[in-house]
Design a protein around this ligand. Sequence first.
Ligand code: ADP
Ligand code: MG
Length: 577
Amino acid sequence: MRIKKLPENVIKLIAAGEVIDSFTAVVRELVENSLDAKADRIVIYLYPELWSIQVADNGEGIAEEDLPLTIQPHTTSKIFQAADLNNIHTLGFRGEALHSIAQFSTITIASRTKEGNGWAIKAEGGKIVQSYPHPMALGTIVTVNDLFANTPVRRQVNPPFKKQLKKIQMLLGEFALCHPHVTWQLLVNKRLVLAISGGDSPKKIFPQLVSSFRDSDLQFLEKIIKTPPENFSRLKLVAGLPDRLSRPRPDWVKIGINGRVVKCPELETAIYDSYHHTLERDRFPVAFVDLRIPPYLVDWNRHPAKAEIYLDNISFWQQIIQDSLAEIFKLTSNNISQRYFNRKLEDNILKVAENRVVYSLGEKGYFKPEGEKTKEDTKGLIKLKAVAQVRNTYIVAEYEEGIWLIEQHIAHERVLYEKFKENWEIVPLETQIILKDLQERQVEQLENIGLEVENFGTNLWAVRSIPKALLSRKDCVEALLELSQGGDLDDAIRAVACRTAIRNGQKLSLKQMQQLIDDWIKTKNPHTCPHGRPIYLPLEESSLFRYFRRHWVLGISHGITEKSPSNSFSRHEEITE
Ligand code: ADP
Ligand code: MG
């Protein structure tokens, strides 16, 4: 066969097809345009049977004389010259999307800028067939009809709409996280299927996306980062507290770079590593990182649809994310949830108990601590004072805004685990320990975690060195057998931490309890033990206040004294409802 050049219209179809291959792709491109136009209200209508999509926004709009240019190939308002390619601050820049969509559909673009009154164009298969005045509010409405009518195969290979709808909802959710100020609506055949109201931070968006994500189970952090050589970046981080929130699948760890969620496996790994041994087995964290960084640091060429990226100096960013997560895990006064009681169950109890009372609790309850006491120590960590031990298991600690119960064994386990991780010491034994009936893999296992083991005769082995923490223990043999059962060094450290931690049932003095609390508060992850169990239960004063209906008490009778220096919750303030 002779080689021939394809006709121009075929070239167009082929090239355009790389980007616009589905319903979802059209939605993505139109929504990106609305975001680039600085809209903070975006409404998406889908009519799957009609292959029709409409996106309406309140962005800057398109000037009347520019409207016909939007569907021309390689026309964009976002870059002008090659140099701009290194400095892209918008989601789009190729000037191809509307052109491609127009090739595959009947498209109407109606728009109004600050200066104009509104104008619209209609194009069929890329050719303008109508141009007319269209009075409207500031913004743009793009309507795509009969998508892929001229390429039936493309319709056939389009994934089923149900599947695409899921994708579209996720896509909008991800954009909402990256652009939290935007209010969104998605309607399918005029039925509302997703509504997200804009807020000042991505933390406000999360609970709107997944109903089981509660605001109080999430922490938010924002940081400006000096970025070499002389630039600045901005990080926003929303992360689930490990004792409150986790997922059965790794589906809610997301990385947003400069306005869109992308795959960046290196940064995702950094997040999973930070949560390592803080969640229960087979549970996964919830976290969203939003990075705004100088555009020249991002290489979008990992994936044709900009879905996966490379970042310059990746270890720098991994470290930033891990440091930020460490900050979030610390127990500082603005890091702990104020509303543990506010869970569904307790809510229902309260509702049943008194269904006609209206509450208006402030963020922190009504009682302010006495005097000028500070809530935090010099490192910014909260101050907890051990006051009692209950059932030789729980330490009752007083905090300026409530009472905490801390389970002594797992709190100590967390302390030891982090201590051993930092400094895993294997020390020689004066008298070796003889183990019987070990299998070869058990011997290997002991050697793998750094112990010295030698054959000592038939079915006998001499252990000549052991973890320092086990030195003075009577149950050394059991501990060694446990360690020989398998796992990596980290598992061994966990096992030793668990074995050597203070047992439940052991009586502790106030001094011992205070020491344990002080050590525990300083750990990197005080929320959960290395197996993922929660360590403490906070009973916040605001919840206790509500539960005991303290707002019913007017005046200084009923057991509330006006001034009592020993009780930091005793001052009564006026209630306004
Ligand atoms: P790109 O986004 O890569 O520039 P598009 O084909 O998606 O290319 O859009 C072409 C141009 O049309 C954009 O550069 C922009 O100027 C204009 N435009 C498209 N959609 C909108 C919108 N919703 N609001 C304002 N301008 C828009
Ligand atoms: Mg675009």
